[in-house]
Design a protein around this ligand. Sequence first.
Ligand code: AMP
Ligand code: GLY
Length: 431
Amino acid sequence: MTDKSLRVLIVGSGGREHAILKACKASPLVASVVVAPGNGGMESEARCCPVNVSDVPAVVALAKDLGVNFVVVGPEAPLSLGLVDALSESGIPAYGPKKSGAILEASKAFSKDFLVRHGIPTARAAKFSSSAEAVKYLETQSFPIVIKASGLAAGKGVVIAENYEDARAAVCDMLDEKCFGSAGSEILIEEFMAGEEASIMLMVCGEKYVMLPPSQDHKRVGEGDTGPNTGGMGAYAPAGVVTPEVERAVVKKIVEPTLRGLKAEGIDYRGTLYVGIMITAEGPKVVEFNVRFGDPECQVLLPLLASDPVELMYRCATGTLDPAAARFHGGFNVVVVLAAQGYPGKAKTGDIISFPKEIPAGTGIIHSGTKRTASGEIATAGGRVLGITARGETLSRALQNAYALVAQVKFDGMHFRRDIGARQLRRDNNS
Ligand code: AMP
Ligand code: GLY
C-alpha cells in the first residue's frame, strides 16, 4: 500500500463516523475522504454528501460517482441490508461484514442459536413468536428476566423485567402491540446475568483479528447507572474490569470459537465484531454481538491505536491483515457524551452550540447529532450531540482533561454524566 493511495467514503452520520473521519484525516494512506451523509461538525473537515444510508443502490451509485476505492461502513442497518455485498459486486473493497455476517446483530435469535451451536458461554434463552406460549413459559421462570426483540430496534429492544407482571407486559408489547414493529415479531426470553459489562472490539479478517483494548460504555442516562437506557453516555478504555485472566477466557472461550464457528458456517467475516460481555461469577459470557464499532466506544479506541486504523481496516477488507503488526499507545482515553434535553426520549433540537476558542492538545470534540445552520453556526440535531474526548497517562487525568473541556461547551438543555469511568476509579482507589 502506498501513501495517498486511498480515496475513502465513510458511510454514516454519528460520533463513530466522526472518529473514523479523524483517523482518515490523520492517515498517510488517505488521498481524499468524503462522508455520507455526515453531520454539521464533519462538514467543516470533509465533503459531506446527503444520502439515505439504508438505500443500498444509492450508496453504491455515490461510491462509483465519487470514484472511491475504499468504503468504511459505520452503522449496522446498511450492513444488514447487504451494502458490502453490493459494493464488492462493483469491485469496491469495504470495511464491514457482508449480509451473511451482519445477521449476528440483525437477528438475536440467529446469534443465540450460533452461540449455543458452538458452545460459547451466554445466557440461557428461549425463542417465541406467540405471546400465549411466551406467557406460559414466564410462569415457570424466576425474576429478574430479560425480554429481547430479535431484530434491529436501535438499541431499544431489551427489557429487564423485575417481576412476572412487567415481563408479561413486555412480551405483549412486543408480540401483540408490535411496539418494535417487525423487529419484535420474534422475541427471546433470556436468563438475567449478574455482573459487570464490558465491550470487546475486534477488527476481523476471517480467522485473523486484532483485539482492541477492552472498553466500558455507560448505557443508562443518569449518574450511578440510573434512568432509562441510551445509546451510550460515555466510555473509557482500557477497562481494568477485563483483567488479563478475563481477557484470556474471552479469547479462548468466546473469540476463537466465534471466528472458527463463522468460518465453519461459510461466513467470511471482515469488519468489526463487537462482543458485549458480562463478567459473571462463572466467567465472561456473551450478552450480544454487534457488527460495527460501538458508539461511543469507537471514539476512545481508534486513538489508542499507534498503528494506522485505516490501514488495519483496509487490510481486513482486502484479506491482508497481519495481527502481529498492530501497536497500541499506553495511557487512557475517555469520551463524555453531551446530550440534548429530552434524550433518550424525544430530543429537543435546533439549539445553537457555543464552543471553546481553543481545544487543548490531547482533547477533542466529536460531533454526533449536529447540523450547520444557514448562518454557519452549529446547532443541535439529535439526542447525543457531542462527545468530548481526552487522553491521559492515568484514567483520572484523562477524565480531568475531558471534564475541563466539557465545562466550556454550552447549549440549552445540555446534560451529561459526571461519573464516566467512576467504577474503575473506585476500583483503582480500593486496590
Ligand atoms: P443488548 O441489546 O442485547 O446488548 O442488551 C442491552 C443491554 O441490556 C445490555 O447492554 C445489558 O446491559 C442488558 N442485558 C441484555 N441481556 C442481558 C442479560 N441476559 N442479563 C443481564 N443484562 C442483560
Ligand atoms: N455503545 C453501544 C453500542 O454502540 O451499541
